[in-house]
Ligand binder design. Structure first.
Ligand SMILES: *Cc1c(COP(=O)(O)O)cnc(C)c1O
Length: 400
């Protein structure tokens, strides 16, 4: 037996494991301190009653002779695929039910999709970004090139002139920066992909958070995208399904990837559970208003944070079309993390964990209650004023 040699190329410490290690140590040293996390990448609100009702009634179905179901279709039940097609139709995007594949989550969909590609492909990944894209490609041993997302391009990487790539990852609204592409900007990526005969793997896990004019909620709003793009979506952040597990993938029929993916799923996947698919359906039909309430609760928290940042003159992106606020701390991200935890009992996520361009930056999330967010930002304000006053006198490692 020979182990996958690529495993040793993964970074030792997974970002979120290191964050919780440091938080646990702090809590052990100061057991009575009230730590608030603005680092959570998981939703906090309970499921909508509509989802719970759908869960109950689908569960009851399964206990009856007429309603029992065994293995479902590999690509999802028609009732959910149709609800997804209609969800796009409401936004004037035409897709066919055969182009929709129900998955047990976007992360699984994106990671597993690599089964369809040869090892010999150049992969382009924005930096900073959600760490799973990089690690999944390292495991497969593919060559990775990065495209820079920096303050100069408002953390929206644009296609490089000279570098060629075969597989391109885009995440919009972006985790961690909260930055979101306009349709016009995405058009440049689509043109680049068509020119290079590349595929765009488009992660739209946060599309439900978009409110800005001209911002794309789907790559299929862009002319030409049907000839080069695959879109991954999720019920996790729009309906609180991080523990329930359901997402979908849209693969245009004219791409060979469509039939290949169905074949791949038939080999390695036996479908998302019937109960979960009924719950997901309810969120796109009668329960859709509840997803909006959930999303706006998180976005109100984001507003609490960005309003204070505006007052304090802090440089940031995000907060408007995403549950993330990405701000410039100006010193080494991990040193800032430790300082913020020790002085204000607040947890953040160091930007350097999302790529080298993230150093000097910090991600905050709005996944929390309003009360805790308000308390956190009160502490943060005091912390920031002190930090500004002392940061040149302390021995922080500076960044550009
Ligand atoms: C949370 C998240 C996902 C994961 O979605 P699941 O459907 O829960 O697997 C995918 N992409 C990004 C960018 C995320 O932040």
């Amino acid at each position: 037996m020979k182990l996958n040699k690529n495993f040793k190329n993964l970074k030792e410490n997974y970002l979120f494991a290191e964050v919780s290690r440091r938080v646990e140590k702090y809590k052990a040293d100061f057991p009575s301190s009230d730590v608030i996390s603005l680092g959570i990448g998981d939703v906090t609100l309970p499921l909508s009653n509509k989802a719970v009702d759908a869960c109950r009634s689908a569960g009851l179905d399964l206990g009856t002779t007429g309603g029992f179901r065994g293995y479902g279709p590999y690509d999802g039940y028609p009732f959910l695929k149709n609800a997804i097609v209609d969800y796009y139709k409401r936004r004037n995007i035409e897709i066919h039910t055969d182009e929709v594949f129900v998955t047990d989550g976007a992360k699984n969909g994106i990671g597993n999709f690599l089964d369809l590609f040869d090892e010999d492909n150049v992969v382009m990944i924005p930096d900073p970004v959600y760490p799973a894209y990089v690690d999944a490609n390292i495991l497969d041993g593919r060559k990775i090139v990065y495209c820079d997302a920096t303050r100069e391009n408002k953390f929206l990487a644009m296609p490089p002139k000279k570098v060629k790539a075969d597989i391109i990852y885009l995440c919009s609204p972006n985790n961690p920066t909260g930055a979101a592409y306009t349709v016009e900007q995405l058009k440049e990526w689509v043109d680049y992909a068509l020119e290079n005969k590349a595929v765009i793997l488009y992660d739209a896990a946060y599309e439900a958070y978009i409110e800005g004019k001209g911002i794309a909620r789907s790559i299929f709003e862009v002319v030409g995208a049907r000839d080069c793009a695959v879109e991954f979506c999720s019920f996790s952040k729009m309906a609180g399904f991080t523990g329930v597990r359901c997402g979908w993938t849209v693969i245009p029929m004219n791409s060979p990837l469509n039939r290949m993916w169905l074949h791949r799923q038939a080999i390695k996947f036996n479908g998302t559970s019937y109960v979960v698919q009924r719950m997901a359906e309810s969120m796109l039909r009668g329960g859709y208003e509840d997803t909006k309430l959930m999303v706006s609760a998180y976005k109100n928290n984001a507003k609490i944070i960005t309003k204070k940042f505006d007052e304090l003159g802090i440089e940031y992106t995000g907060g408007k079309n995403a549950p993330y606020i990405w701000f410039y701390c100006g010193v080494d991200s991990w040193e800032f993390f430790d300082y913020l935890l020790s002085k204000a009992r607040l947890v953040c996520t160091p930007g350097c964990g999302f790529g080298k361009n993230g150093n000097g930056w910090i991600r905050l999330t709005s996944f929390n209650s309003k009360e805790r967010t308000e308390e956190a930002i009160k502490r943060f304000e005091k912390f920031w004023k002190d930090f500004e006053a002392v940061k040149n006198k302390l021995t922080f490692s500076t960044v550009k």
